[in-house]
Design a protein around this ligand. Sequence first.
Ligand code: DUC
Ligand code: ZN
Ligand code: ZN
Length: 466
Amino acid sequence: MSTLIKGGTVVGPTGPYAADVLVDGETIAALFAPGRAPDGPEVIDATGKYVIPGAIDAHTHMQMPFGGTEASDTFDTGTRAAAIGGTTTIIDFAIQRYGEVVQDGLAAWHQKTAGRCHIDYAFHMIVGGVDDDALKAMDQLVNDEGITSFKLFMAYPGVFYSDDGQILRAMQKARSNGAMIMMHAENGPAIDVLVKQALERGETDPIYHGITRPQELEAEATSRAIWLASVAADCPLYIVHLSASKALEQVRAARDLGRNVFAETCPQYLYLTLEDQLGAPGFEGAKWVCSTPLRSGKESHRADLWQGLRTNDLSVVSTDHCPFCMKDQKEMGVGDFSKIPNGIGSVEHRVDLLYQGVVDGKLSLARWVETIATTPARMFGLYPRKGVIAPGSDADIVIYDPAVRTRISVETHHMNMDYSAWEGWEIDGGVDTVLSRGEVISRGGEYLGRAGRGNYVKRGLSDYLI
Ligand code: DUC
Ligand code: ZN
Ligand code: ZN
């Protein structure tokens, strides 16, 4: 079946332009100058609206076992919420725990996702135990499974932590097979000392989660990861959830030298603060416990991150969607912040929250689309199938209405969370219609998709490698 999206303004990484978009079956067939398309297909009127590629969230954790519990969104609830919010592909993290066979960890993720996703999905692999077998498995995943990026942790000793020798070995492997190393860059052993000392002083409230993870320990780990990647012959390195000015300085310096170093940030670091959210009275701040943590509003982090997005020192905005309910989950940390499961849920709101950056004059329309769709596709080997409105690409398309207002609330969101980290936030704009591979799955607030229609997508190597 063919559909014509007519009268809208297509936004691509080169900017906005007027065009009508012809969708044939699951793909985009052609773009026409306004009014020049042949009659016949069913028409979706996009007058006054933006037509953008379906957004790609390159960092989600659905159903992730973590902190003694499991992230509260299943692949069903989480991908449905993502779809409603204009995200048509997620890249989730399959996990190999220490002592586990990498391929078994991957098989477990295929089992969790099979028949449950509303949108297309791909995987990165968390390598929790770098050894000879895991290194061999990295080749197999790149060659056969379409998994071309591997996340390592410099934090969480005893859980996912890799030491510097393990990191170097994994980076050398990635350099040889073309994969990307994704790094959780925080100095975990040093953080553990600060956490212990804080608890001994009786500092148990959620705000101490942030205070015991100072930006210096993010910057130090970021710098160390960059130097280790340099020793590994400039292994491609992608710093996840970058939150702090000093960490950004490290990335910027490496990029100025032309290094294969990239970074993402997340909406929570662009808008929320240590004082206002993590420091909320009583146990309320637990809602915003995530790692890396929210940073001080008295420093320049948020302004620096917005600038980093403009200069491409930050290339991608992902959510690090890792939701936990307050009841029974975050509550595990009453009286001890270190027991609060780490994570915030935003998979439904990223497109809107970043559009607010356009309204506020912090991002161009082109950069909005680049950071939420085109660059994640190119960074992680999904381009040009995803991330662009172009003939031959999957017809993953969002029609975005700049004239409406969106109010975020637990009362109206679709994520499986008993609170919203963005309660009461109002956005100038909203998702109107979402197509996933040519099928309208959400229109004017009505959800039309279904679990199981999303496909697993094998990825190629990053477009950005030299
Ligand atoms: N950070 C979080 O906040 N949650 C999941 C894992 C992580 O690194
Ligand atoms: Zn992380
Ligand atoms: Zn994460």
